[in-house]
Design a protein around this ligand. Sequence first.
Ligand code: ATP
Length: 232
Amino acid sequence: MLEVRDITAAYTSAIIIEKVSLDLGAGEIKAVLGRNGVGKSTLMKCIAGVLPARNGTVSLRGEDLPVSAAHRARLGVAYVPQGREIFPRLTTIENIEVAAHACGHDAHDAVESAFEQFPALRERAHVMGGNLSGGQQQILAIARALALRPSVMILDEPTEGIQPSIIMEIQGILRDLNRSEGVTILLAEQNLDFVSGLAQECYLMNKGRMEQQMPMADIQSNPQLVQEMLGV
Ligand SMILES: Nc1ncnc2c1ncn2[C@@H]1O[C@H](COP(=O)(O)OP(=O)(O)OP(=O)(O)O)[C@@H](O)[C@H]1O
């Protein structure tokens, strides 16, 4: 469904990721794992269209995607960035409305459906994004991405800075989205426990390159590889 081919990207002259490829079939959940700084976020940004790649292509259902995050969002690729990037001075409702408007969807419907799915957000409907806890912001970021009615969701380190009980809640939310709504999910993560409960396959990144692809069970049963790739 989503094909990433030979992506090379840089912020300045130094190449950060080189010839990185991955595939995501419809309805799959896959993870990109690697230590801090190996280039996971850079790859996610290139797939979302936030950062133009120097080389390579991203295609959805066989069609090359345009180099624009807004276009990709309208075509069904939703991106939840690292750090969530909730609009701090907009309320919960307004954060969702902005995303729905951007894709030409009915904002009222998007808010209602988000509140049905995530009752905790309804209780904080008029709270400014910046005043929500990290976990609440992460759930809002997922709700905001869903307002785009995506077929693919890309989440960059959704567990970063989130307390353990909420991490489990986020895991449940993503599992439900995948099972009940068929949303295809790509995660960049360092939290192996979180990913193990969700993904079937993982890609291991190191120094800007995709080194290996394997079933999640294989990395879980290989502590030496976990130590080498994730440092835990
Ligand atoms: N905006 C930027 N400008 C210049 N260099 C950047 C920028 N963003 C990231 N980098 C550099 O690119 C490299 C890869 O960073 P990236 O954020 O993609 O890694 P990561 O695997 O996601 O790590 P982390 O888990 O810390 O986010 C790092 O050396 C980082 O310093």
